[in-house]
Design a protein around this ligand. Structure first.
Ligand code: ZN
Length: 390
């Protein structure tokens, strides 16, 4: 600790950042709720929490200035995907404690968009509202995008043509480019990936531009490092590892070197869009999302990628872990495919082989009809692990 402090006293700017300690999710949990607050409570303008998808939620606080910066970053992100004045923006996520709610409303207003703050509602109501108010841009979490896509297919071409949606920004959940393409095709939109997390202030850390070759990280507000998650040593640009973020402008919760648990790499070099902020690669998933089966580490995204490429699937799936180490992949297929047993058998065989090739694991493939896997308006529960109970 003394050595740490000494290096802090002689801190020589960003090159010395690597000598400072990390902040972790556990640090936040240990000091919940107010321990990380650096301003008097009377200076807090708003409180949000993380969704608590992997643990107890994390509290995050904003001063008036933090809210200003945040709305500017979200406005910048929306502008980066091609939205602006004249567009009508609908937020499909909960407008409560979740950072993706009010944050986006503020950002869209700031950009001069017309805002439809519907918040959480079922997919039917979301699509109806989009049609009624001629919505052109929306924000959603990826699993809800899949749900809307599914519904759109059942509503048919005439309904789809009655909508004006053209752009969408997705975030808060790991997903794959393959799933993005599926959602884009079904909804007839161009979809972009956004990255952020409550611990550093919510969404608005990095976003894709129309080049879709990585997410521009707003380096005027965040310093990004990529480290080896085992040794904690910084990695070179282009090397894949765990993303570590130091927010530069946060007043209420100014933290150093937050270990995000997210796997990516920093992409150097210019982007076709002309923006000079460096990019991070499409997030591969969170370290703690990795499941260990028979000694092999697998991310749900490894499976999602494979499933999304099959046109018979609607993109909804679950990974079931049971017994000692049994792996079943359950996926929904569209009605027409279900009525065709030879097609189902060949689908099962191809998914089995593709998963085996990608992960070396032999899986049981279970096919169910559309709507069988429980849906939730929150984040998707992709993995059901009953191994410990067995
Ligand atoms: Zn770009």
């Amino acid at each position: 600790m003394r050595q740490r402090l000494k290096s802090f006293e002689t801190f020589n700017g960003l090159t010395d950042l690597k000598n400072l300690p990390f902040t972790t999710k556990k640090d936040f949990a240990d000091c919940f709720p107010f321990g990380a607050l650096a301003v008097p409570k009377s200076e807090i303008a708003r409180i949000h929490t993380s969704s608590g998808s992997t643990s107890k939620p994390i509290a995050t606080f904003y001063t008036k200035n933090d809210l200003e910066v945040w709305s500017e970053l979200l406005a910048r992100g929306l502008s980066c995907i091609g939205a602006g004045r004249g567009d009508v923006f609908q937020n499909t996520v909960s407008l409560g404690m979740f950072t993706g709610g009010l944050g986006y409303i503020d950002g869209a207003e700031r950009l001069g968009m017309t805002v439809v703050p519907l918040g959480s509602a079922n997919a039917e109501r979301q699509l109806e509202t989009m049609r009624d108010f001629e919505v052109t841009v929306f924000h959603a979490i990826p699993s809800f995008g899949i749900r809307m896509a599914e519904l759109m297919e059942s509503l048919g071409t005439a309904f789809r043509e009655s909508l004006k949606i053209k752009l969408a920004i997705f975030g808060a959940e790991p997903w794959t480019k393959e799933m993005r393409s599926k959602v884009e095709d079904c909804l007839g939109i161009c979809a972009f990936n956004n990255y952020g997390l409550a611990e550093v202030g919510g969404p608005g850390v990095a976003v894709e531009c129309p080049s879709k070759a990585g997410l521009h990280l707003w380096e005027d507000h965040f310093v990004a490092e990529v480290i080896d998650p085992k040794t904690c040593e910084p990695l070179e640009s282009e090397e894949e590892g765990e993303l570590v973020l130091t927010p530069l402008s946060r007043e209420a919760v100014p933290i150093l070197r937050y270990r995000t648990g997210d796997i990516t790499r920093i992409i150097d070099g210019p982007c076709d869009c002309g923006r000079t902020h460096r990019r991070i690669d499409w997030l591969k998933g969170r370290l703690d999302d990795m499941i260990k089966i028979r000694g092999i580490g697998v991310y749900p995204s490894n499976i999602e990628k494979i499933i999304a490429l099959h046109k018979e699937s609607n993109g909804t799936f679950q990974i079931l872990l049971s017994g000692i180490d049994d792996l079943t992949v359950r996926l929904e297929v569209k009605g027409s495919a279900l009525k065709d047993p030879p097609c189902l058998e060949s689908l099962k065989a191809s998914i089995f082989n593709e998963i085996k090739e990608a992960t070396m694991l032999r899986t049981k493939i279970e096919i169910v009809e559309q709507g069988s896997i429980p849906r939730s308006d929150g984040k998707a529960k992709r993995v059901v692990d009953t191994r410990k109970l067995a």
